[in-house]
Design a binder for this molecule. Structure first.
Ligand code: I3P
Length: 109
């Protein structure tokens, strides 16, 4: 599955609150491949090698959980992604259908 997602980093490893200055929303082109959610800046280029930054932004979704962010009302179509090492991301999808599709795909791998 692929598509644009806007990401906010809420908690780093072990659930520590991500510090100010690193909590802004950023747009990525997301590619879910196996157990990895790749987040690339800018347009998706299938043949492009992943940059160091792309690799740093990749998220392991093994033992992770995606949940609709019903308590977050500043933006629509937002879901939480909590990873096995207790990072927490918020992702905004372009519409409700895409949001549900990402949640389902992430939770059923
Ligand atoms: C963050 C940025 C986010 C905001 C977050 C800020 O600042 O303005 O948009 O989250 O608030 O800390 P920075 O880019 O300097 O990290 P919201 O859009 O959800 O308000 P927060 O610290 O209350 O999460």
């Amino acid at each position: 599955k692929t598509g644009f997602l806007v990401r906010k980093v809420h908690a780093d490893c072990d659930g520590k609150r991500t510090p100010r200055g690193k909590r802004g929303w950023k747009t990525f082109y997301a590619v879910l491949k196996g157990l990895i959610l790749y987040l690339q800046k800018g347009e998706y280029q299938p043949d492009k090698q992943l940059s160091d930054e792309d690799l740093k932004n990749a998220v392991s979704i093994h033992h992770s959980l995606a949940i609709r962010a019903t308590d977050y009302s500043k933006r629509p179509n937002v879901f939480y992604l909590r990873t096995a090492d207790w990072r927490v991301y918020l992702f905004q999808a372009p519409n409700a259908e895409q949001m549900q599709s990402w949640i389902t795909r992430i939770n059923t791998v």
